[in-house]
Design a protein around this ligand. Structure first.
Ligand SMILES: CC(C)(COP(=O)(O)OP(=O)(O)OC[C@H]1O[C@@H](n2cnc3c(N)ncnc32)[C@H](O)[C@@H]1OP(=O)(O)O)[C@@H](O)C(=O)NCCC(=O)NCCS
Length: 147
C-alpha cells in the first residue's frame, strides 16, 4: 500500500458531509475536546477521516471512523484505525461505539464490553448518551495494534 499520512483537520463541510453520508453522528462534532484527522497519501489524495474524543484523563472515545466509499475494502480502514489509535495517549483506555462494524474492530484488538464495565465518563459522552442507538455495541481496545 502507498505511503499514508494522518493529518489533523478542523471541522469542515467535507468532514461533516462525509460523516453524515455514512450515517455517523455529526450533531456534536464541533464541541470541545474532539480532535479530527484526515488519512491521505503524499499527493493529498484523501481516503478517510477519524476522530478522538477525550472523555477523561484516562479514557478516550475513538469516533467518526470513515473511509470514503470508493476506497473501502482495500485495507485503508485498518490503516486509519491503527494510525488514529497511535495518536491516543498511551495510558488511556480506548472505547468506541458501533452499530455495524464490530467485526472490523475485533480484528484490530477491540472487544465488546457491557455498559456496566464502561467508565461513566465514556457513557456520558454525547455519542453514548444520546446520539448512538442504545443497541450500539460498545467496544474497548484490549491490545494496541502494531503500527
Ligand atoms: C468501517 C470502515 C471504516 C472499514 O474501512 P475499510 O477500508 O472498508 O476496511 P478494511 O479494508 O481496512 O478492512 C479490514 C478488515 O475488516 C473487514 N471489514 C471492513 N468493514 C467491515 C464491517 N463494516 N464489518 C465487518 N468487517 C468489516 C474487512 O473485510 C477486512 O477484513 P480482512 O482483513 O479479513 O479482509 C468503512 O467500511 C466505513 O467507513 N464504513 C462506514 C462508516 C462506519 O461504519 N464507520 C464505523 C463507525 S464506528
Amino acid at each position: 500500500m502507498r505511503e499514508l499520512k494522518l493529518d489533523p483537520v478542523s471541522v469542515s463541510d467535507e468532514l461533516t458531509t462525509g460523516l453524515a453520508a455514512a450515517g455517523l453522528p455529526i450533531d456534536d462534532i464541533g464541541e470541545p475536546g474532539r480532535s479530527y484527522f484526515r488519512l491521505a497519501d503524499t499527493e493529498n489524495q484523501i481516503f478517510g477521516y477519524s476522530g478522538i474524543e477525550a472523555a477523561s484523563h484516562d479514557a478516550v472515545l475513538l469516533r467518526s471512523m470513515l473511509i470514503l466509499p470508493a476506497f473501502r475494502s482495500q485495507g485503508y480502514g485498518r490503516r486509519l484505525a491503527v494510525m488514529t489509535i497511535a495518536r491516543t495517549p498511551n495510558g488511556s483506555a480506548v472505547y468506541l461505539a458501533t452499530t455495524n462494524a464490530a467485526r472490523f474492530f475485533e480484528h484490530l484488538g477491540f472487544a465488546a464490553v457491557g455498559r456496566d464495565q464502561v467508565p461513566q465518563a465514556i457513557l456520558s459522552t454525547r455519542q453514548l448518551s444520546g446520539l448512538c442507538p442504545a443497541s450500539a455495541t460498545i467496544m474497548k481496545l484490549t491490545r494496541r495494534p502494531a503500527t
